[in-house]
Design a protein around this ligand. Sequence first.
Ligand code: F6P
Length: 319
Amino acid sequence: IKRIGILTSGGDSPGMNAAIRAVTRVGINSGLEVFGIYNGYKGMTEGYIEPLTRDSVSQISNRGGTILGSARLPEFKDIAVREKAIKQLKKRGIEAVVVIGGDGSYRGALSLTEMGINCIGLPGTIDNDITCTDYTIGFYTALQTIVEAVDKLRDTSNSHHRCSIIEVMGNRCGDLALYAGITCGADIVITKDTGFNEADVLDRLRELDTIRKKKHAIVIISEKITDVDEFAKKVSLNTGFSGRATVLGHIQRGGSPCPFDRLIASQMGEKAVDLLMQGIGGQCVCIRENKIVSYPIEKALKMPSDSRKPLTNLFERLI
Ligand code: F6P
């Protein structure tokens, strides 16, 4: 192959730029021409595609967000929309594409591969919700942002005998909450996997106050589980702590990527180019037990998310 494209799609994540840089530089150094496809599949459909050079990707590894822009395009599941996108690629001689994003983006990559455009997926999402990889690009930076915020909340919570309820992102995946719970020393972690029994949590908080005599309590909860402001009111009414909710929100998606995210983004970008040069498509790149490997996207999308259990057990043993 001679020409490849690269796009970022779905929610952005810190480290996407390092992946763009790696794909571009490794591609060019391997004799390929590399094209940036702007605003995800939307830009592919509209033909918003420009050549990338060694210089156009310099000094971006340290920057959060994505220089290519990102978008969600649910219509990409329609074959007519994909055909339009493929026409734009063919017009420019682009034969294969690296797609950086989450599971929705992987679905698009698989469909394009089935239609003759080899695609390789890179896991770019803070959620860590792609089971076949131990870590996704952006997860550790988002975790660091959460840890810094929770450490600050703990200071003020402790001064006022409060219970801080901190809602973190993750979509349907509890990893950000669980890893933050372990690394911040939270009292309670609530995720899709733990379930949420309000009465039990209130009981536990009363016990922390009256029996353990704790000066404050930290509850970390995944988004999309309950209304945290309402829950904080119930904490104030039913326990000795006064409840305060903090929704960390999109702050978790920004910021300069940590070295680990930059490193795996670079390694994964390299692997993607190598696979495309071997004529391989329909695979996603993963890090597993410290090795960069690839895995069929079709299987990755069907993989159940039960591999996090050891850390749930660890959290229980630390409280
Ligand atoms: O997938 C990344 C993510 O940040 C999720 O954690 C969150 O549920 C969602 O995207 C938010 O999406 P939006 O940026 O469209 O509000």
